[in-house]
Write a protein that binds this ligand. Sequence first.
Ligand code: 13P
Ligand code: SF4
Length: 372
Amino acid sequence: MPFPQPLHEYRATSDAELDSRIVNARKTLGEKALILGHHYQRSEILRHADLTGDSFALSRAAAQIRTCDSILFCGVHFMAETAYILANSPENLAARNGKSVTVSLSEMSAGCSMADLATEQQVETAWNAIGQIFDTTKIVPITYVNSTAAIKAFCGRHGGLSCTSSNAEAVLKWAFAHGDRVLFLPDQMLGLNTSLKMGLTLEETAVWNRKDEQLHAYSGDPQKSRIILWDGCCVIHLRFTADAIAETRAKYPDVKIIVHPECHPSVVEQADCVGSTSQIIETIAASKPGTVWAVGTEWHLVERLGKTFSNKTVINLGNNPSVCRTMALTHLADICYVLEHLAANDPVNLVTVDAVIAADARVCLERMLAAK
Ligand code: 13P
Ligand code: SF4
């Protein structure tokens, strides 16, 4: 059998064989490869990851890369782009005698529907229109890391930075220390949940509507806004409702509700705890045996939490598991395909970023990594 094979051959191979071939390819590659896995990946994929984490932890790991030549990112496209940008910083390249790190995405069609809701053209249009109302030199653009490299580059060029679900508050504080106003891209819910938590009012909040290309106030005058939210969202997280929380509390009186900050503010307000995927895991891990948790985030993580913490009860918030379809696209066949090709010195599924965009996007990401 020719080796390595085309992808369709891998798809026709049993999981048991794929598992053992992955282990062999991994051994051959040794320290030359690093496998990063986001918490929403299937458990059979994460078993093979060197590091699992939320978006922040995985970005930081990529930024600190010194020894390996290749990253396999089990996640979605913006995560692989971020890893490419940070792993190939000028400092890292200098430490590696100029040799760049290749980044392969586990499944090339795995995007993030939220990241797709803010294109460079749309953001430029909004920025120019907002500039008719406010002095944009005093607006700090923040982009949730769930965005394309081009949007990160836009923020980097305009004195802004990235955030993740675990550091949005620290980043907003940084932004308000460096400007009068914030444009928050692309997740309206994360921006609103974080600004409300920090004490901003709805009167100080406006939304940029991509369709009518107008600024809308939540209440009052948009001219008074201090934070302008992009009207993007994650449909997977918007499926969790305040009604589901009420029903869960009625059924399990001692239940603790924990949700991701991409959920609607009406859900976040009713929850006991809010956090990134890593913070959800840590909170449940630290709770007393016997605790009942209802979790509002992606189903593969919720299911794994239930199996991992067998001395606690972990259930999905509501009746319908919420699956991120693109995160679920990665199968063992994809991991085996990428690793065997790497081992044969024939990298596949490569994600790269144009050098000019990468330089500006790196400024945006590094400001986030430095903001405390
Ligand atoms: P975390 O950074 O919390 O892992 O979230 C990433 C994500 O895409 C949530 O939908
Ligand atoms: Fe994007 Fe939502 Fe999937 Fe997270 S869960 S990767 S925000 S579509």
